[in-house]
Ligand binder design. Structure first.
Ligand SMILES: Cc1ncc(COP(=O)(O)O)c(C=O)c1O
Length: 414
């Protein structure tokens, strides 16, 4: 049994790290230095705290947490940062608890327009008794429809408007909407997917555009350890920030997985140095991949708008058998993507075999791939889906050339 467990880990490491093109838009790899300090004594410890720690032995745990808070606080120019949420969904949960009570109505993107399940009745929001109403979405432009959404907000008077999606091609109209709605309505921006692009200064700036609070995962385009973060606008009142912190502890979290914090701090310092270049290349790669697939005859969404301004592209592959079938087919060739419901899918199709796939370029960018590689990958996908060829060996050969993580500090010195 022991051998089996070790074998499973080794097989995973070899397959996904050495032999695959990992293009799930919500994944990434940490730098060698962050990974080196991911495992430490912190993995065995607790540090439940509100203002003071409730356990002894926490002086270094407090120091590493404060270090994280300071790095992110400096980057986002705010005193309000909390790194205890253990994932993006948990960060959202804490915000819902802070700002709403059962029965309250809030506006969110909605599942078929790329909203995450945590902000719907099927997920955390539903579990808390909240009622989500989807904002209007312009399917051609793949963006929120501002006028109709403002009218909706005026009509239903929600407690919260939540921006940010899992299918996230273009910035959200935070400023345009915020300016037109009651200032008492809280504006939350779920940056789970685009946090690394925002950190690198290459996507929108949600807090400057009027979001009260930003929630995020720390492991998607932000290439840190799996975890979550909450960052609030510096103009938020201290009372509201305290509410958020109480919703975190004792409201939601006990053990906040302290071992991830050194890796989070290291990643943030790496992003301070390399984040702009990494975010820019990630977006350029996504645009080029979209263009290359489009030129090969694929139905890449938002072609009239440059395909994307983020790390993702969305391709309608219904003609090849649907998202579930195509994602399986690509996996047989070591190209890892995920199926994606498109706005026009029925509920049944959306949950079984949706019409789309979502492809992300952030991890391949970390491995050093650029526009030429995106062109090559588009051709591989063409060979798999159009020509019915198996290109697994080509994928493995290609990946061999990209075995070093870029945009990172050297780990040998530390
Ligand atoms: C928009 C959005 N919010 C929240 C989450 C949940 O993040 P996590 O997996 O870190 O809990 C996701 C996950 O993909 C997401 O896409």
């Amino acid at each position: 049994m022991l051998e089996k467990i070790i074998e499973i880990v080794n097989l995973q490491n070899k397959w996904r790290r050495e032999e695959c093109l990992n293009m799930i838009a919500s994944e990434n790899v940490m730098s060698p230095l962050a990974e080196k300090y991911y495992i430490s004594d912190f993995e065995s410890r607790y540090n439940e705290h509100d203002v003071v720690s409730h356990y002894q032995g926490t002086k270094y745990a407090n120091e590493i947490e404060t270090t994280c808070i300071n790095i992110f606080g400096n980057r986002f120019d705010t005193q309000y940062v909390d790194v205890r949420p253990i994932s993006g969904a948990v960060a959202n949960l804490c915000i819902y608890r802070a700002f709403m009570k059962p029965g309250d109505v809030f506006i969110s993107p909605g599942l078929t327009a790329g909203g995450h399940v945590s902000s719907t009745r099927y997920g955390i929001a539903g579990g808390l008794g909240l009622k989500d109403i989807p904002m209007y979405f312009d399917y051609k432009k793949m963006r929120c429809d501002v006028d109709k959404t403002v009218e909706l907000i005026e009509r239903v008077k929600p407690k919260v408007v939540m921006f940010g999606r899992s299918m996230f091609l273009f910035p959200e109209p935070i400023k345009e909407i915020k300016e037109q709605i009651d200032s008492k309505i809280k504006v939350i921006y779920d940056a789970a997917h685009v946090f690394g692009l925002i950190y690198g200064g290459e996507f929108q700036r949600p807090l400057e555009e009027g979001a009260d609070v930003l929630t995020a995962s720390t492991h998607k385009t932000f290439p840190g350890p799996q975890g979550g973060i909450i960052i609030a606008n510096k103009e938020l009142s201290m009372d509201l920030w305290k509410k958020i912190q109480r919703a975190i502890f004792p409201g939601t979290i006990s053990n906040h997985h302290i071992h991830r914090l050194p890796a989070l701090a290291i990643t943030a310092l790496e992003m301070n140095k390399f984040g702009k270049e990494y975010a820019k290349q990630t977006i350029n790669n996504a645009k080029r991949l979209g263009e290359a697939l489009y030129n090969l005859g694929f139905k890449v969404l938002a072609a009239d708008w440059g395909f994307t301004e983020s790390h993702q592209i969305i391709v309608d592959i219904k003609e090849f058998g649907g998202g579930a079938v195509v994602a399986e087919e690509l996996e047989k060739n070591n190209i890892i993507v995920n199926k994606m419901a498109l706005p026009w899918d029925t509920d049944y199709d959306a949950t079984h075999n949706p019409s789309g796939i979502r492809i992300g370029t952030q991890e391949l960018t970390r491995w050093g791939m650029k526009e030429n590689e995106m062109e090559y990958i588009a051709k591989l996908i063409y060979k798999i889906l159009r020509k019915k060829q198996n290109v697994k060996n080509d994928v493995i050969e290609m990946k061999k050339e990209f075995m070093e993580i870029k945009y990172a500090f050297s780990s040998s010195k530390y």
